[in-house]
Design a protein around this ligand. Structure first.
Ligand code: SF4
Length: 311
């Protein structure tokens, strides 16, 4: 039976909610099917502190093999690099992360905070992700870190991680395979498509039919802060609860899977100059964008500008 340990660092618990939100199979069915044993989870396990201490001691010493280490939340290395802002039994939690990562066959950073530092980056915690600090490779474990299976940390960003991604990656690893990773060490199968791709508002974006307030059907890129054309995640391909996504429901994408999340500007707002967003869709030149969006807006059909289903 393979072993799995879930470690929580600077976290809100959102990724644990994703773990519980897995469907077909759910978490319990998945663990049974993959022959996985959860040694400990801080919210779900019912053992005593002494039992937990014993698990930690056995894992650290290698007496008990650790197959998969999942870390949720950013690692606090402050103040002044001591890590004492966040401790476990009197020692820096960052040390526990390092010790367990050395023993694990596979290390997974669950969520944007564990992957890149996430919301911790904006404070004085000196936060980092396991192997990245925002876009920069390194993080707590260093860019040369490799797990016992000779693999870098697998990053599964998202605030929180999409439950389907977590489930599928655990299935792949359970089958003895490894996901192929991109330059941010995220599995390509889920993080090589833009949120924009598959959004139900795409036709409105195409003709620059935009919303200036919430509640409409139009695109939210130009004024309302949508970062779908700049964000790599499958939210509009693999729907949440198999039913919906933020942009489908009328909420702008905040770019929560990106290494620089959260950006240092207000949500629900697109910084722009004379109605042209400062940041354009990935790979688009400003001159071409200005020309073609102007023409597209002029050609917009009435069924879009008037928000009608049919002409
Ligand atoms: S709402 Fe966002 S994701 Fe949807 S089409 Fe507009 S920019 Fe793209």
């Amino acid at each position: 039976m393979r072993t799995l340990y879930w470690l929580q660092c600077g976290a809100c618990g959102g990724d644990t909610m994703s773990l519980l939100a897995m469907e077909t199979p759910d978490m319990v069915e998945l663990f049974e099917a993959q022959n996985l044993r959860m040694l400990w989870h801080p919210s779900l396990s019912g053992g005593t502190v002494q039992e937990h201490d014993k698990i930690i001691a056995d894992l650290r010493s290698g007496r008990r093999p650790l197959d998969i280490l999942l870390v949720e939340g950013f690692v606090a290395t402050g103040p002044d690099g001591t890590g004492m802002f966040h401790t476990y039994r009197g020692e820096p939690k960052s040390k526990l992360v390092k010790d367990l990562a050395q023993q694990a066959a596979v290390v997974i950073a669950v969520g944007t905070c564990a992957s890149f530092g996430g919301i911790g980056n904006s404070g004085e915690t000196e936060a980092c992700g396991l192997q990245f600090t925002q876009e920069k490779c390194g993080g707590l474990l260093g860019k040369n870190f490799r797990s016992r299976r000779d693999r870098p940390v697998i990053n599964l960003p998202g605030c929180p991680v999409h439950p389907a991604i977590l489930k599928d990656v655990l299935c792949i690893i359970g089958d003895g395979e490894m996901p192929v990773l991109n330059e941010n060490q995220c599995p390509k199968d889920w993080y090589s498509m833009l949120v924009h791709q598959g959004c139900t508002r795409n036709e409105y974006h195409e003709y620059r039919v935009e919303e200036e307030d919430f509640g409409g059907r139009g695109c939210m890129f130009f004024h309302l802060g949508c970062r779908g054309p700049l964000t790599y995640a499958p939210c509009n391909k693999v729907l949440w609860n198999q039913r919906n996504s933020k942009t489908n429901a009328g909420v702008p994408c905040f770019g929560c899977t990106q290494p620089d999340f959260p950006k240092n500007h207000a949500f629900f707002h697109t910084p722009n100059i004379v109605n042209v967003p400062l940041e354009l869709p990935n790979g688009v030149s400003r001159a071409h964008y200005l020309a073609y969006k102007g023409m597209a807006a002029a050609a917009a059909p009435e069924r879009l500008t008037k928000r009608k289903n049919r002409v």
